[in-house]
Ligand binder design. Structure first.
Ligand code: NAD
Length: 298
């Protein structure tokens, strides 16, 4: 049994913290939102502040919206830990540069830190089947892995600090682009009078095959449990895909990597958000593209 401080009890953090508590760990949860704290109170201790939660913790896990929140919480954590040396694990999706910066700040204060963003969404967080992509020193990974195994199924140590976030944005750039490619193909098929199921039968077993098609088909019908069959309710919201593609573009610019398709995909998801589709699943790209270019209602 470990003493764990869990900061950020939102859509993802709450079920992750609950799984740690269910596994027998002593979890103290904190969130700025009273509603989020109330959601955790039946499962573990709730702290009055980051500082109150962190004192005595062996592990501090953060699941926050963006890099600036992680930096702010780290400041509070460093001020509160005293002589203790908890392992810090940030599972938020944030920019690579900030991930490296906070790990360096933690190291200066004598604390080990892992960037451990996840894939798998709220469903994976609830089921304890997330994929963790983990950046940080080998020894810190060995220390944190048993806890990550409680919350996830696939845990990959991807390299030094920042490598977890790098893996996350590279993967999601593939996903964002491939979803647009599949959506465009179905829009074209519709215009050509080609039955969606027939396109699926061909492409899912030939060279067009990819996860966006076979597991998450954006057109209603072929994959019964895909969001397309429940009005494109998320799943993985277009706003989150837009966030990840924006992070990928920031990393591409900083590193000089040419990512012209990633840049175009980022612009298209940003337009989806402007059109009010941010809270739809990102596979809403299919009806959105179909309507956008022909003026059809989505
Ligand atoms: P969320 O907005 O539901 O939760 C974030 C929580 O952090 C909120 O409850 C908020 O009140 C809290 N918070 C913000 N600042 C705080 C602070 N200073 N101290 C304490 N609490 C604070 O977001 P989410 O959907 O749970 O996502 C969390 C992270 O996981 C994000 O970085 C997101 O990109 C990433 N992610 C989300 C999904 C998903 O499907 N939702 C999937 C993979 C990764």
């Amino acid at each position: 049994m470990s003493r764990i401080s869990f900061i950020g009890l939102g859509n993802m953090g709450l079920p992750m913290a609950i799984n740690l508590a269910k596994a027998g760990h002593d979890v103290c949860g904190f969130d700025l939102s009273a509603e989020a704290k109330a959601g955790f109170s039946a499962h573990g201790r709730v702290g009055e502040s980051v500082a109150a939660c962190v004192v005595g913790a062996e592990f501090v896990i953060t699941m926050l919206p963006a890099g600036r929140h992680v930096e702010a919480v780290l400041t509070d954590v460093l001020a509160a830990v005293g002589a203790a040396r908890p392992l810090l694990i940030d599972s938020s999706t944030i920019d690579v540069e900030t991930a490296r910066k906070v790990a360096a700040r933690a190291a200066e204060a004598g604390l080990e830190m892992l960037d451990a963003p996840v894939s798998g969404g709220v469903g994976g967080a609830t089921a304890g089947s997330l994929t963790f992509m983990v950046g940080g020193p080998e020894a810190a990974f060995a220390r944190g892995e048993p806890l990550l195994r409680v919350m996830g199924k696939t845990i990959v140590h991807t390299g030094p600090a920042g490598a977890g976030q790098a893996a996350k944005i590279c993967n999601n750039m593939i996903l964002g682009i491939s979803m647009l490619a599949v959506s465009e193909a179905f829009v074209l098929a519709d215009r050509l009078g080609l039955d969606r199921q027939k396109l699926f039968d061909v492409s899912s077993t030939s060279s067009g095959q990819c996860w966006s098609l076979t597991s998450y088909c954006p057109a209603p019908g072929p994959v019964p449990n895909s969001p397309a069959n429940r009005g494109w309710q998320p799943g993985f919201a277009a706003a989150l895909m837009s966030k990840d593609l924006t992070l990928a573009q920031a990393a591409a610019e900083a590193s000089g990597a040419p990512t012209p398709l990633g840049a175009h995909a980022a612009r298209l998801y940003a337009q989806m958000l402007e059109d009010g589709a941010g809270d739809r699943d990102f596979s809403y790209a299919y009806p959105w593209l179909g309507g956008k270019w022909r003026g059809d209602p989505a």
